[in-house]
Design a protein around this ligand. Structure first.
Ligand code: AKG
Ligand code: FE2
Length: 307
């Protein structure tokens, strides 16, 4: 698999006032060592700042992406400005008949391709932390996969509500497929050049691309180097077209295992102590669902060792 373009929502000088253009890599150099290093550097830059990037030539078949979007769009449920169906796909895949009928034909193919992509991304992310390529996979990062199929009907008064309120993803990594409607926004620092403060930045639909974002647990194990960044979805402003997205949450399977900052990334006696304590996934999720856990402070702060 080769990524020939990586879009990184980071501008120069550490500020992110505007998303950078898609960075094009020369296809003919795919596989050359220098290209991999360049991709690893791009992934590192994105993961350490915006926490979001888009990938194309990712190995997930375009037909499967289109079929997923069409299947979710067919469900047409209108209970709220978002209707989500959650499917637990790994480590224990459901029987086909347990899936909504519209998704049955494509779900397993799509999920298989997303798992391959995420295994490859974990390699790049490990390398971009200066670790062996299999370090994150070894920790069981890709064992669990939950898929949220989101359906956002057109909203007559979109300025009064949101499609999806501000949040970070409580997982390791999210692979997000969005259709062409748009509305996803990420909360980024302006940087010193932009006068400080934060601003909502659109994550524009790019045909054929998948959005990758860092989740809370990857921020924790990377000792805060990778950023799990807040995002939201505006209410659908279109008059007659529903917006569809499919979020694949890639996570750890074993809920009793402890996860803390990776040892090689910290130097307790030097200038780089662990900033989070170890947690079990069970404990982390319990905190996630605790009422008010995300009112004002980032959820991960709860597990911080140092202020
Ligand atoms: O619909 C989207 O684009 C984003 C959805 C999302 O952030 C989520 O399901 O966690
Ligand atoms: Fe999300």
């Amino acid at each position: 698999m080769s990524i020939t373009k990586v879009a990184v929502a980071v501008a120069a000088n550490g500020g992110y006032d505007r998303p950078q253009e898609l960075q094009a890599f020369d296809d003919t150099k795919a596989g050359v060592k220098g290209l991999r290093e360049e991709v690893v550097a791009q992934v590192r830059a994105a993961a350490e700042t915006a926490g979001f990037f888009q990938v194309v030539n990712h190995g997930v078949p375009g037909d499967a992406m289109a079929a997923m979007v069409a299947a979710v769009a067919r469900r047409k449920m209108r209970r709220s400005w978002r209707d989500t169906i959650f499917l637990d796909m790994e480590p224990e895949p459901p029987q086909p008949e347990e899936l909504p009928e519209a998704l049955r034909g494509v779900m397993f193919e799509y999920v298989g391709a997303v798992r391959k992509l995420s295994a490859w991304l974990f390699e790049l992310l490990s390398e971009s932390l200066g670790l062996a390529g299999d370090r994150l996979a070894e920790m069981g990062c890709g064992e669990s996969l939950k898929v949220a199929c989101n359906y956002y009907p057109p909203c007559p008064e979109p300025h009064l509500t949101l499609g999806n309120t501000k949040h970070t993803d409580p997982t390791f990594l999210t692979v997000l497929l969005q259709d062409a409607v748009g509305g996803l926004q990420v909360l980024l620092d302006h940087g010193a050049a932009g006068g400080g403060g934060k601003a909502w930045v659109n994550v524009p639909p790019v045909p054929g691309a998948l959005i990758i974002n860092i989740g809370d647990l990857l921020q924790l194990v990377s000792n805060g180097r990778f950023k799990s960044v807040e995002h939201r979805v505006l209410a659908n402003q279109s008059v007659d077209t529903a917006r569809v997205s499919v979020a694949s949450f890639v996570d750890v399977g074993r809920s009793k295992r402890q996860y803390g900052p990776i040892e090689e990334l910290t130097s307790p006696d030097g200038g780089n102590p662990p900033i989070y304590r170890s947690v079990t996934v069970e404990e982390f999720i319990a905190h996630f669902y605790r009422k008010g856990s995300e009112q004002s402070r980032p959820r991960l702060d709860y597990f911080k060792l140092v202020e």
